[in-house]
Design a protein around this ligand. Structure first.
Ligand code: ATP
Ligand code: MN
Length: 480
């Protein structure tokens, strides 16, 4: 049967041409009563049932029908007598394509914890949860490209290896092929990166923004969508050391245009998944309800997954300034009752995740776009406001997630950006190429970074970012 063409289970489950002969290939989920095989081929989270005539089938062959085994069955498609499915296959031929030792196969037909599944990430694709998560992840990636393509944006591939420590945050992974045990040294004893592969010290990129700006200042509207790397030692459920980021950059746009673009993009993506993945979302909704049963009432979501997605796809995001947010937070109950870990006392402090989540989940109860942050807590390239204190930054905060987007209108005025770089001790010589955009035909422009995994987290209702990327990279975690 190996050579025979298979029909995907997704198609068969919607089929009503009873009596036709079909071939299915997939992996055994369960085998009950020596008779009913639940087969899954990945095309859908639903299985098809194959019914074996066990009295007329070789016993040794039946013994090999174990959870995890790859099999092919050929038979007639018939209307199902059992509950829960419309069709099933009356098996005429059964072949084992690949055995799976039931004693050793780690995935048993029972509930496994997500923590356990993370340890066997090479096999977790075979569970319904991860089938659904990675299908939604795929569709979100597709939707993002479609959104930008339909609007005439150019997909720009920015470098993964870079010599610039753009944000000066020092959270970068070094890229080198120097001999670690015996690196060449300069006269003062420091490692001599002139002799390194690229003739200078290089790192994995933390963001494609600076290069995207170069593209936007000629092509008009560009976006990047690629991996980024941060050596931040934050062992949280929202941070990865390797994550994917979408970074549009638009010429002749201001902060309002930027906020609108981000809001449109997020809504488009959510709607795309609602329209294309009803089965997966239904499954993920129930998974979340199940997971939250073990939590105290106040920690459970107020809306179920589907309601939440519909809500966010249709309601207008709340827009307010950092200064307004500080006022709200200062007078909030958790601040007065000293429930926040970091109390809000004065203007100028950076907002922590607890504050962001209070604004979104308790105060406004909808996505929030915060703008005009103090310049001290933001990057050098953000446009200075006339007050001289705040910059045209924006963060988009989502329920259950906190920050999902960070962006700004860029400082297009050469003298302002040079002054800011000087204040922040960012060497202008290294970024001459970036500053050239401000020297030759500068223009207002704006852009943002959307963390792809945070979007997948939100849409799937998963709670740990390590469960929405196939092979998570995090401190002390680089398996597979
Ligand atoms: P956070 O405060 O959550 O660490 P950030 O301010 O460092 O975020 P930016 O540098 O603005 O984030 O990056 C843009 C977007 O990339 C963020 O809004 C977020 O969605 C995502 N992001 C940032 N760091 C990570 C990470 N370590 N893992 C996954 N996504 C991330
Ligand atoms: Mn960060």
């Amino acid at each position: 049967m190996n050579a025979e063409k298979r029909t995907k289970i997704k198609e068969l489950l919607n089929e009503t041409a009873y009596g036709t002969e079909v071939t299915v290939k997939g992996w055994v989920r369960t085998f009950r009563n020596n008779q009913f095989i639940a087969i899954n081929d990945g095309s859908t989270i639903n299985n098809i049932q194959a019914v074996v005539d066990f009295q007329n089938t070789d016993e040794a062959l039946l013994k090999r029908v174990t959870t995890g085994a790859a099999i092919a069955v050929k038979g007639k498609l018939i209307e199902s007598a059992g509950k829960g499915q419309k069709v099933e296959i009356q098996v005429q031929q059964l072949e084992i394509l690949g055995d799976s030792d039931a004693e050793k196969f780690p995935l048993q037909p029972k509930k496994h914890s997500l923590e356990f599944l993370r340890e066997i990430a090479h096999l977790r694709f075979r569970t319904n949860t991860f089938n659904a998560v990675f299908k939604v992840r795929h569709s979100l990636a597709f939707a993002i490209h479609k959104f930008f393509n339909d609007r005439g944006f150019i997909y720009l591939h920015t470098p993964i290896i870079t010599a610039s420590d753009a944000e000066g945050a020092g959270e970068m992974f070094r890229v080198t092929n120097l001999d670690f045990d015996n690196p060449p040294r300069a006269e003062n004893g420091t490692v001599d990166f002139n002799q390194d592969f690229f003739g200078k010290a290089t790192n994995l990129t933390v963001s494609g923004q600076l290069e995207a700006e170069l593209g936007a200042m000629a092509l008009g509207e560009v976006y990047t969508f690629g991996p980024t790397f941060r050596a931040e030692n934050s062992n949280t459920s929202r941070h990865l050391a390797e994550f994917w980021m979408i970074e549009p950059e638009v010429a002749f746009a201001d902060l309002n245009d930027n906020a609108q673009l981000a809001e449109d993009l997020l809504k488009y993506c959510i709607r795309y998944v609602l329209d294309n993945h009803p089965d997966e979302l239904e499954f993920l909704k129930n998974r979340l309800l199940e997971e939250e049963k073990s939590k105290p009432q106040e920690e459970r979501s107020e809306m179920d997954l589907l309601t939440k997605l519909h809500f966010c796809a249709t309601s207008n995001f709340e827009r307010l300034t950092y200064t307004e947010a500080i006022e709200i937070l200062k007078h909030s109950a958790p601040n007065k009752k000293k429930k926040f870990k970091y109390l809000i006392e004065s203007w100028g402090v950076d907002l922590q995740s607890e504050h962001e989540r209070y604004l979104v989940e308790k105060h406004f109860k909808k996505p929030v776009i915060l703008t005009d942050y103090p310049k001290e807590i933001k990057a050098f390239y953000m446009r200075l406001n006339d007050d001289g204190k705040t910059v045209r930054a924006m963060d988009i905060l989502f329920p259950g997630i906190g920050e999902i987007v960070g962006g700004s209108q860029r400082e297009e005025r050469l003298e302002y950006i040079e002054k800011r770089m000087h204040e922040m001790r960012i060497p202008a010589e290294d970024l001459y190429w970036y500053l050239d955009t401000r020297r030759f035909g500068t223009a207002p422009h704006a852009g943002f970074g959307l963390g792809f995994e945070r979007l997948v987290l939100f849409v799937t209702g998963m709670t740990n970012i390590r469960d929405v990327i196939p092979f998570p990279r995090a401190p002390k975690t680089a398996e597979f």
